[in-house]
Design a protein around this ligand. Structure first.
Ligand SMILES: [Zn+2]
Length: 99
């Protein structure tokens, strides 16, 4: 999805950055925040403003279930890759290091 240009300025007059929340309460909900939020070398700017309306309870449940499924599949894929790498190493050792 295309992210719109910044429409808001933070408390210090800098264009606010559009980010996406992945918190439990607001998965996928976009918000404007200061670019320098959390920058420890300057005075922190706590500017924050939601861009998207709140999720309905149903869409929140569906999104969280989908996210859980994606993570489960990604983990399974990583395990599968490790297994195939291990098999490749064993086959290579057996082929090239015969006594
Ligand atoms: Zn700021």
């Amino acid at each position: 999805m295309e992210m719109p240009e910044s429409l808001l300025l933070c408390y210090y007059g800098n264009p606010a950055k559009l980010n996406m929340s992945w918190s439990y309460d607001n998965p996928g909900r976009r918000f404007f925040g200061c670019k320098k939020f959390g920058n420890r070398f300057r005075k922190p700017c706590r500017f924050f403003s939601w861009f998207d309306p709140p999720l309905t309870p149903r869409s929140r449940v569906v999104l969280l279930r989908l996210l859980k499924k994606v993570r489960t599949l990604e983990d399974a894929r990583k395990r599968e890759r490790r297994t195939w790498f291990f098999v490749l190493v064993i086959v290579t050792v057996l082929l090239f290091f015969k006594p």
